[in-house]
Design a protein around this ligand. Sequence first.
Ligand code: ATP
Ligand code: MG
Length: 400
Amino acid sequence: MNEVLLIKAGELVLKGLNRRTFEDQLLKNLRRALRPLGPWQYHWSQSTLQAIPGAPSVNMAAAAEKTGKVFGIAGYSRALRLPKDMTTLLAAAPSYLSDALRFARTFKCEAKRSDKRFPLRSPQICEEMGEVLCNAFPHLRVDVRQPDVTIHIEIRDQYAFLHAGQLRGAGGLPVGTAGEAVLLISGGIDSPVAAWMMARRGLRLTAVHFASPPYTSPRAEEKVHKLLAAVAGYAGRVRLFVVPFTAFQEQIRERCPEDLFTLVMRRAMMRIAEQIALRENCGALITGESLGQVASQTLQALACTNSALTLPVFRPLVGMDKNETIEIARKIETFEISVLPYEDCCTVFTPRHPRTKPKLSMLTQAEQSLDWDILLADALKGAQFLSIEAEGVQPCKRES
Ligand code: ATP
Ligand code: MG
């Protein structure tokens, strides 16, 4: 059986002169996603990308699932590729479509004939196919208004394709077409969702996680690996820097006013992340902050965090309710991992009464008591570097 994936590009079809760059990146990302499943060939034609398995052993259900996570794709279908000959199409249809039609009650056929030299016109193609399917599945009725299943027959430039409908793709733009950004990832629900949202707009991700052993455990770090592996199913490979943060937190606790602990700590995190971003050629920071969610996410607090930085900060959840975030977290399968109960460094040394309307001058004054340069240099020097893919985690050497 000659089954292929037919893939329709999404928003990138709106691009003008640089459309080619977007198509190339989409193809590169798809290749990378499907490579572990076996050999593939790819072919762009009439704004549809065909992914053709190079061996009969390739698991097409797994391939379809992976394709559904590649950003830049509006829709995709598993389709049978056949010579452009009506007799062959009619002979192949009943067994290929039996899974889709066995439990349906009604169906219709839709034909698209982009090769106008094909001897039959679309209504005739549908009529002949409908008759063959009604004979093969006597329980089926034709319903052209609201069918359970629509059978598509596409007569294209080189081949004919037969399929039982298109699945919705992940949308957005191909990862890598919008540049690269540093994601601050905790073990919570919000930051993996923020990662998914920004990768969907074409950003490649480099992640930074702050760990404070012994206050935080190795299992909290493993949780971050698992979250990023789930994100990598969509975003492709994600590099991760695990930054030791204990010394910073202890010094903040010793030397700063208690009501400012969290904010001083957050400004420190963002500045360290910015240093990594600048070194790694990343153009922005991404966080899972949402306006008003906690004391460090009030308007005044976010303004104080931003004023420690020069790079833009993307906060895609800023206007979202928690239940909307949870809905996405469930969809991208990070929710169950996020709710595992391991301590994050943000919840270590939390003040009893955090300040919700901080003034920048209070923070800059508190920060003067810190050995900033030493702490920053140690944190950067102690960072561990890993590479995370959907399939697992690899320790890495620094690339630059
Ligand atoms: P949740 O709010 O679901 O518990 P969260 O990840 O949003 O999880 P917050 O305490 O709200 O946790 O933190 C706000 C943001 O700060 C996070 O979304 C994340 O971007 C960043 N952050 C928090 N803790 C860490 C950490 N240990 N390492 C890196 N970034 C962190
Ligand atoms: Mg949060």
